[in-house]
Design a protein around this ligand. Sequence first.
Ligand code: ITT
Length: 198
Amino acid sequence: MKVLIGTRNPKKLEECLRIIGDIPGIEWLTFRDHPFPEVEETGMTLEENARLKATSLVSVTKLPVLAEDSGLEVVALGGAPGVRSARFAGAGKDYRRNNEKLLKLLAGVEDRRARFRAVAALALPDGRIWLAEGVLEGEIALAPRGSGGFGYDPLFIPLGDSRTLAELAPEEKDRISHRRRALERLRPLLASLARGQL
Ligand code: ITT
């Protein structure tokens, strides 16, 4: 069974494949095998955008699609950047500028609590869709550290650790990540799909 992973973000794709790439009977296709256009993320929530990405790409490709929308929610900023995480500092999706903007907004702020949230969506050509959420709690560091991962990882310290996500080995990030938690919830559905039992 061919299933398209509906992300054009190479780092996100890499993580998705590491987390869920091993389901027997599923042949994962990516934007490299099957180029698709960028879906305009017009939703007000991660749920809406995950749904939008998955259903638009099903329409374009006629394949089952697994898509995901994710973001960083900072308590002291009322949940921002949230759904705007990728473009926080402008249209260019520039990770370094996003991190600089976040640090500037949090200068002198004591409450540095934050969470990563991911909403994954599995959509089928027959119109059915399932959504699942994953959360990772933590706090924002005072300065960036580490070179792994992507996005806000150099600034995000997961609860119970002193290192940023960018200082963890990829497998360590995968064990706890919001993405892992969201995708694992869809694993049984994907396994059923692969067996032709969904
Ligand atoms: P696709 O829409 O093609 O999947 P994207 O990067 O635009 O790629 P999103 O719209 O879901 O994906 O934006 C997610 C942004 O949230 C991402 O660009 C990062 O800035 C941030 N983000 C999400 N998960 C993250 C993670 O695990 N580590 C660091 N930053 C993350």
